[in-house]
Design a protein around this ligand. Structure first.
Ligand code: DMJ
Length: 674
């Protein structure tokens, strides 16, 4: 116990180490206790001075800490209060979709904006010509274009619960989730700092989304569109049950096959589900992308295939849904594909190991395929625009500029191979619009459209190539005089046409819609008739992979001949794709009717009762088309999507003045013109 007198006698107290407690009596004895404010202040001060330096520091630190906490929680309460006030105001005018369920977080997807909110984001193009049929122009239904509100709320709730149960997983996802939702449900732009751009070309862009159309009345689905939805659901059922998260369904063996091991069918189908309005399926697939899609894998992927299916699919889904999860994934795969461009010529290798960051050509050659290196541009250019990082665009633009200057073309027609060391075309003298060259022509036009019709070299190359097609590859068959696109090999014409070439009528029509020569439309009309005949003249009503046209009339012979090696059908989209463009631009119902026949024949010969559709080996044998036990991812990504759009009379359902489809049917926005 401390007393003043004793302390004086004993010399200076070692106050640093003495703890003192003064009771009221002792206090009075020691100096007079009067309980006044002044006394209390003095007493407190004395106690404070008696504490050690360490004790004082600890107390001061605690005070400072509590003060900071106080300020933070005050700010948050203010926000929460504001949020609640706003929400309750909103709720007054909005019917609650889940009675009694009040969720902490609002919907994941962006709130609809006013119709003119995005004005100026797109080129001021001439209005899209409505079809000539007497249909009423209707906006897409909310179901088709709007985030499923109830489901996304449930997703958010589900995520919240899971986050509490699985902290590690939650940490992994935190990055993504954070970039999606703000306190009040607004979409926050992805944090660019996670992957610093090497050199910025401009500010990152927002998703285009189709919110402007969101304001319109829902469009009732036609019976044919409902049939497409039923077909999609059937295909999806098989994939979901037997191949979930794998690349492709094997519907007969109720199993799956892997190509890259990246859930190819699921990713390819995402935007189709969005467009078809399959909200439950979409949400389930989204969860897989969020939780299970990992690109950090020691696996070789084909640059072209993974660009058009995975990168393209993720980018378009990002644009349609506004959900930044898909952009994050797109950035990840985009970055992992970049090593492909590290070649002596800058012409990319065909294969990339996305885990190791290495790239290489196929084992037997140092060549790449021309169509492959020139049909990745729409996707990489868009990735640059969205991220603000120009490295993606620079790499693919360099390829196009180089190919533009190359010799070895024949009136704009390109050979099928290009060497990654020399940068020169190889295997000169063979020209086709089919396999290995097809989408080079498609992407010349589509890049020109994507970039606002300013890149003249692309247009020049496209126009020259179409002239080359007319000059060297067009012929008429017998007996129906069908116009077809054959092939040229060292000066010799071959009447062979791949089904792949049937992208051409649609592309020609798209060019005319964008102001190119009107005679391209005549050619488009003639060619789509031919493509339809490639189905109609075959026993199952399904086209083979390759046909040969008869150049001379022979009794009992049709225009179309099929060789035994070519009579398979892989559920390919090209004819349906062109039918969609032709209907969109002309309104001629025959194109819908032709597409309807094709859908019925797919249902008749390729539908597997237990779920899924299969490619077949023999389109000429209706009693046994020989199922191949494989459902290609493009059946969901392209074929059924184009079918659904073909059967729609709504020109705003993926408006072709706002979007350009990549070669895997993933719509990407057209940029702002100069
Ligand atoms: C798809 O992967 C793409 O359409 C590509 O351009 C060609 N091959 C298939 C569909 O047939």
């Amino acid at each position: 116990m401390y007393s003043g007198a004793a302390a004086a006698a004993a010399g200076p107290p070692r106050r640093d180490f003495i703890s003192v407690t003064l009771g009221p009596e002792e206090a009075v004895a020691a100096g007079g206790y009067n309980n006044s404010k002044a006394w209390r202040r003095r007493s407190c001060w004395r106690k404070w001075k008696q504490l050690s330096r360490l004790q004082r520091s600890v107390i001061l630190f605690l005070f400072a800490f509590l003060a900071v906490c106080g300020v933070i929680s005050y700010t948050n309460m203010g926000e929460a209060w504001k949020s609640l006030t706003d929400k309750s105001l909103d709720d007054q005018g909005t019917e609650q979709e889940i009675p009694g369920l009040k969720l902490a977080n609002p919907a994941v997807l962006p709130a609809p904006q006013k119709a003119d909110a995005n004005r100026g984001d797109y080129p001021e193009l001439p209005a899209q010509k409505p079809p000539k049929l007497p249909h009423v122009r209707r906006g897409p239904s909310n179901l088709q274009i709007k985030a499923p509100r109830r489901d996304t709320r449930l997703t958010t709730q589900h995520n919240t619960i899971r986050a509490a149960q699985e902290p590690v997983q939650a940490d992994k996802e935190e990055q993504t989730e954070k970039s999606i939702i703000s306190w009040r449900g607004a979409v926050i732009e992805p944090d660019q700092s996670t992957e610093p751009p090497s050199s910025k070309i401009k500010e990152p862009e927002k998703p285009s989304s189709v919110e402007a159309e969101d304001q319109k009345e829902p469009v009732p689905l036609s019976a044919r569109q409902r049939a497409v939805i039923a077909a999609f659901r059937h295909a999806w059922r098989g994939y979901r049950h037997f191949a979930w998260g794998h690349d492709e369904l094997k519907p007969l063996s109720k199993s799956y096959s892997e190509w890259f091991g990246l859930g190819l069918t699921l990713i390819d189908a995402l935007d189709t589900m969005w467009i078809l309005g399959l909200k439950e399926e979409f949400e389930e697939a989204r969860k897989w992308v969020a939780n299970d899609l990992v690109f950090d894998k020691n696996v070789d992927v084909n640059l072209f295939e993974s660009t058009i299916r995975i990168l393209g699919g993720l980018l378009s889904t990002y644009h349609l849904s506004g959900d930044s999860l898909f952009l994050e994934k797109a950035k990840d795969i985009g970055n992992r594909l970049m090593p492909a461009f590290k070649t002596p010529s800058k012409i990319p290798y065909s294969d990339v190991n996305i885990g190791r960051g290495t790239a290489h050509p196929p084992r037997w050659t140092s060549d790449s395929t021309v169509a492959e290196v020139t049909s990745i541009q729409l996707e990489f250019r868009e990735l640059s625009r969205l991220t603000g990082d120009d490295k993606f665009q620079k790499a693919v633009d360099e390829v196009m500029k180089h190919v533009h200057t190359l010799s070895g073309k024949n009136d704009g027609l390109v050979p099928m191979f290009i060497n990654t060391n020399s940068g020169q075309f190889t295997h000169l003298g063979v020209y086709t619009l089919g396999a290995r060259a097809d989408s080079y022509y498609e992407y010349l036009l589509k890049q020109w459209i994507q970039g606002g019709k300013k890149e003249n070299e692309l247009l020049e190359d496209y126009m020259r190539a179409i002239e080359g097609v007319k000059k060297h590859l067009l012929q008429k068959s017998e007996p129906k005089r069908l116009t077809f696109v054959g092939e040229l090999a060292h000066g010799h014409f071959s009447a062979k046409m791949d089904h792949l070439v049937c992208f051409l009528p649609g592309t020609l029509a798209l060019g005319v819609h964008n102001g190119l020569a009107a005679d391209h439309m005549e050619l488009a009309e003639a060619l789509i008739e031919t493509c339809y005949q490639m189905y109609a003249q075959v026993e199952t009503g399904l086209s083979p992979e390759i046909v040969h046209f008869n150049l001379h009339a022979q009794k009992g012979h049709k225009d179309v001949e099929v060789k035994p090696a070519d009579r398979h059908n892989l559920l390919r989209p090209e004819t349906v794709e062109s039918l969609f463009y032709m209907y969109r631009f002309t309104g001629d119902k025959k194109y819908q009717d032709w597409g309807w026949e094709i859908l019925q024949n797919f249902n008749k010969y390729t539908r597997v009762p237990t779920g899924g559709y299969t490619s077949i080996n023999n389109v000429q044998n209706p009693s046994n088309p020989e199922p191949r036990d494989k459902m290609e991812s493009f059946f969901l990504g392209e074929t059924l999507k184009y079918m659904f759009l073909l059967f729609s009379d709504d020109t705003d359902l993926i408006n072709l003045d706002k979007y350009v489809f990549n070669t895997e049917a993933h719509p990407l926005p057209i940029w702002v013109p100069a």
